[in-house]
Structures are given as C-alpha cells and as structure tokens.
Design a binder for this molecule. Structure first.
Ligand code: NAD
Ligand code: DGY
Length: 341
C-alpha cells in the first residue's frame, strides 16, 4: 500500500488530524474525537496487518496523533515519522504494548497510551474456557461426534481431568491472572499456587476468605501458596495459565527445559502473548506427551502457527479472541440496555 486508498473521513474541517489504522467498535470514540475538534481518518483497507511503510503513508506530512493496533510495529521508524508530521500522541488499542518501543516514543516526544483493565474479565473467561475445553477434551469429542464416530456410550470415552481439588498455577498474577485464579478457585474449588514478581495481596485475601467460607459450610477448604520460583509452580500445578506481560524477562519463559518440569498430564493455557512460550519446543513436547494438553489464544508469530501444532489433538487453538466479547450494561433505567459494541 504505497498510498492509502481506502480511508473514511469524519469531521473534515477539524483542527487536529488523527489517524486510526483500523475501524474500531462503536462510535463513542469517534464522537469524543470530533467533540475535541479532530478530523478523524480511519483506514479501511482490507489488509489485516499494516506494514510500517503502510502506516508511514497514512501518517503523511501532518498528523497530530495515531490510534494503532497490537499487530503493528511501533518502533523508531514510526515514531520518527509521526514526530516529523507534528504528532504528539500514539494510542495502542490493546492492554499489551510489547509492540511499542516506549524508549523510541520518548526519544521523539510522543506520549503513548494503552487500555489496561478493560479486558480483565473477558481474557480471564477465555482462559477459563480453554482450561475447561482442554480438561474435558471438548474439541476432540465434538470432532468425533461430527465425524459420525459415536456408536454408543462407553465407560472410557474421552476421559478428561476433573478440576475440583486439583491445583491451578498462575504465572503473572496481575489483573487478568488474578481474575482467572479467582474463577478457578471459586468456580471449581481448586487450590492455588502462583508466581509473580510482586505479592498479590488481594488475591491471597480472597482465597483465604473463600477457604473460611467453605470450612464454615462443612466443605474442604481451598489453599493458596505464593511460589518462590516459577519452577515450583510448574512442578506442583495440574493446570498452568500464563498471564505475564511480554518483555525481555518473559520471552520464552516456558521453554523445553521448563516444559519437562511439568506434570505429564498437565494443562498449559496461554492468553498472554505468544512469545512467552517457545512454540517449537511446545510442539515437540505435545508430540511426545499425548496426555499433556494445551489451550492457546496467542502464537509466537501471529497469524502463523509453528509447523505441526495444527495437527495435534492435544492442542486447542483459537485466533487471539480473548477480547472478543460483548457486554450488556444495564442502566439504572431497567428498560434501556447498552452494548459495548
Ligand atoms: N489474549 C488477549 O486478547 C489479551 C487480552 C488482554 C491482555 N493480554 C495480555 O495479558 C497481559 C497481562 O495483562 P494484565 O492486565 O493482567 O497486566 P498486569 O500488568 O496487571 O499483570 C501482569 C503481571 O505480570 C507480572 N510479571 C511481569 N514480569 C513477570 C515475570 N518475569 N514473571 C512472572 N510475572 C511477571 C507483573 O508483575 C504483573 O503482575 C498483557 O500484557 C497482554 O499482553 C492478552
Ligand atoms: O492486549 C490486548 O489488548 C489483546 O491482546 C487484544 O485485544
């Protein structure tokens, strides 16, 4: 795309020029920009992932700010181009900002924004969905059914893992990791072990209170532990869900050696960022350990999967959809419902 051909313009006479590299859900953001005297240009190209060159063409000679996406490489080249065009702000429509070189943005005097906190429950719910789907072999069983292979109930048909009483391990117990941990502990009465650089006091308090509630009701209380090392989580947990940020310290956090430390029948979930797992090593591990299962929303080199992954029955793969949910907000007026999208 040497020159952007497909652009939708809002408020053509606006004083400030802002470019959005993609159409985004809803109209509230458009209205907000227009109210602030912005001429908004939305790129409507069909191409899913825009190159640096495409975005430089969109920025043009005068651009005050850009709203971009996690699929774009916001580094030296783009911040330099934005700064030359007079740009002062870049907003990443994502919680994760590993695609943004914040040092480069600082160098060119461009402020950076992201969207922390808006996807906490939706991402935790997808991680929980993948956990259940992997534990109960839902995708395999669905394929079996559709292939016409079901010829009657059998005691050993698609035996999976019962979650109740097992241990859920969370790596990165920030907003999403903690929300997921609460879902698994409260929903399935799992014990918790977590690893994070920081203590997750609110999560610990929640599990302690829930354990007391269960005990008071004559049920076995759940337990929690903050692990001193990540390997402790890998060795002890039956389910492990990854929720750290992606940076230099978490790149290939789960590699061949660490996979070998996990239980043979463990389930690994990744709804953080693909490169947190060495995906080629994961493919090998899945091939040699058929009872080990994985649920992935993210991949090392999106939109691609490492060779062999798609053929493995012990892998559930979905195309980065953790954010893709609608929420119904009930207004104080019970007759009016609002949708986020
Ligand atoms: N799949 C999706 O669609 C989707 C949606 C939203 C967010 N995400 C990803 O989830 C990530 C986490 O989001 P969040 O809102 O929970 O962020 P957060 O900042 O609240 O939590 C991240 C946690 O990771 C911990 N951490 C950092 N380095 C670590 C390390 N080396 N070892 C262990 N823990 C470490 C941090 O201390 C923090 O508690 C985002 O950065 C993003 O990449 C993915
Ligand atoms: O980080 C994010 O916001 C998700 O990966 C995409 O919605």
């Amino acid at each position: 795309m040497a020159k952007p051909v497909s652009i939708e313009v809002w408020n053509p006479s606006g004083k400030y020029r802002v470019v959005s590299t993609k159409p985004m859900p809803g109209t509230r953001w458009i209205n907000l920009l227009i109210q602030n005297d912005v001429r908004l240009e939305i790129c409507t190209e069909k191409k899913t992932i825009l190159s640096v060159e495409d975005i430089i063409a969109l920025i043009g000679d005068k651009c005050d700010g850009v709203i971009g996406q996690l699929t774009e490489d916001w580094g030296e080249e783009l911040f330099s181009a934005l700064s030359k065009a007079g740009g002062k702000a870049f907003s990443n429509m994502a919680v994760g900002y590993n695609n943004v070189d914040v040092d480069a943005a600082n160098k060119y005097g461009v402020a950076v924004g992201n969207t922390p906190g808006v996807l906490t429950e939706t991402t935790a719910e997808l991680a929980a969905s993948l956990t259940l789907a992997a534990a109960r072999r839902i995708v395999e069983a669905d394929e079996f059914m559709r292939a016409g292979l079901y010829d009657g109930w059998l005691p050993h048909l698609f035996v999976g893992n019962l979650l109740k009483g097992q241990t859920v391990g969370v790596i990165g117990a920030g907003r999403i990791g903690s929300a997921y941990a609460r879902m698994m502990v409260e929903g399935f009465k799992m014990n918790l072990i977590y690893y994070d650089l920081y203590q997750s006091t609110r999560l610990e308090k929640f599990v302690t209170a829930y354990a007391a509630f269960l005990k008071a009701n004559g049920e076995t209380p759940v337990t929690w532990k903050r692990a001193a090392t990540m390997d402790e989580v890998l060795q002890e947990a039956d389910i492990i869900s990854l929720h750290p940020v992606l940076d230099k310290t978490t790149y290939h956090l789960v590699n061949k050696e660490r996979l070998a430390k996990m239980k043979k029948e463990a389930i690994l979930i990744n709804c953080s960022r693909g490169p947190v797992i060495d995906e080629a090593a994961l493919v090998e591990h899945l091939k040699h350990n058929p009872m080990f299962r994985v649920g992935l929303d993210v991949f090392e080199e999106e939109p691609y999967m490492k060779p062999g992954l798609a053929e493995l029955k012990n892998a559930i793969v979905v195309p980065h959809i953790a954010s893709a949910s609608k929420v119904i907000i009930i207004n104080p007026n019970p007759y009016i419902k609002k949708f986020r999208y």
